[in-house]
Design a protein around this ligand. Sequence first.
Ligand SMILES: [Zn+2]
Length: 375
Amino acid sequence: MGVADRGGAALRAVFALALLFGVLGGCGGIWDPGLLAARHPALQRVGVQRLGDATPYLLPARGVLTLFLCRWETPRSIPVELPPDATQSERRLLIRALAAWEDAGLGVQFVPGPAGAAADGGIRIRFGERSDRRAAATAAECAVDPAERTPSQRDRLDARIVSASIALRRSEPDWLGRTVPYSEAQLLGSALHEIGHALGFQGHARRGDTVMVRSVQGVRRAGQQLLETGRFSDATLRALYAVPSGVVVARRALPPGRTRSFDLLAGLAAERGLTGPYVRVGDRAARIGWNRGAQAVYALYVDGLPEVLRRPAHLELIAGPEAADLPEARGGPRVPPGARLACAQSSPGSSSRAWACRASPASVLPSALSTIPSR
Ligand SMILES: [Zn+2]
């Protein structure tokens, strides 16, 4: 082997190492979009996209953490509840954002309607509180069948998004704390971005030509471009819709006992005829719940989601208030040692029983809060 050959061999070794780190260390080590593209050639045909930046949904069952992607099944008409207090011009912008996604090649259609239109599944859009410091927030709920799959079915769970709720802002505080109304481009960009979360893309693209970036400027630019040119395209969401809903992107064995709470509640839920589990993921936290009708009955929370995705052995399932109070669940679901969980109904009197929970020392959120920071 000559000097040049040795150099080539060394380079190849470095390349092999880089590839290894690409798989194990890149993207925070969560999952490898290259492996998914190898299994699903349709993904390769989408071209440049940032699906690999998506935070996957998670199912911690029978000692294994399964990470998967979830989206609406297509073709599908999705009922959408528009905010009852939207002005004419806000309503026009929201409908424009929905139409832009319809034309983006995903295979989804929206059926906008009045309050109650999305009561049996769909997307509910509201304007949030002005005092809320977050720019906007979306929770998209993925229904999963947790039943054991046969070996040939293991690369896909039976899972789909069944409902989502979006809280939009109309304004944001400026440097002096004064309220500044959103421009049309900001509101339209923000609506495009939050609908992107509602369609199943959780987390944010680190860069690239997608409205799912975290940057406020990037989101506003997408709104501005749609206003000025009528054009909107998003290869990252097209990539999500090019693979089947429920496609598994990673599986990790967990230390013994780590999924006990889930396994116990899944058993109880089956005995009691509850529906679920429904999984939501946000930037920091995830929620796994079971319902009776529209009412939440049991829920488990995962805090420190980015850390758990990097190091699945750190997974702790925290029982929500309902699960913690179940006599059957004693010794099963638990608040981690040293943490306290305080929960309150976020909208008292509401029939949806949405709970806001705060665990100390860590904060635990009851819903997937995917946000664009206001600055
Ligand atoms: Zn976001």
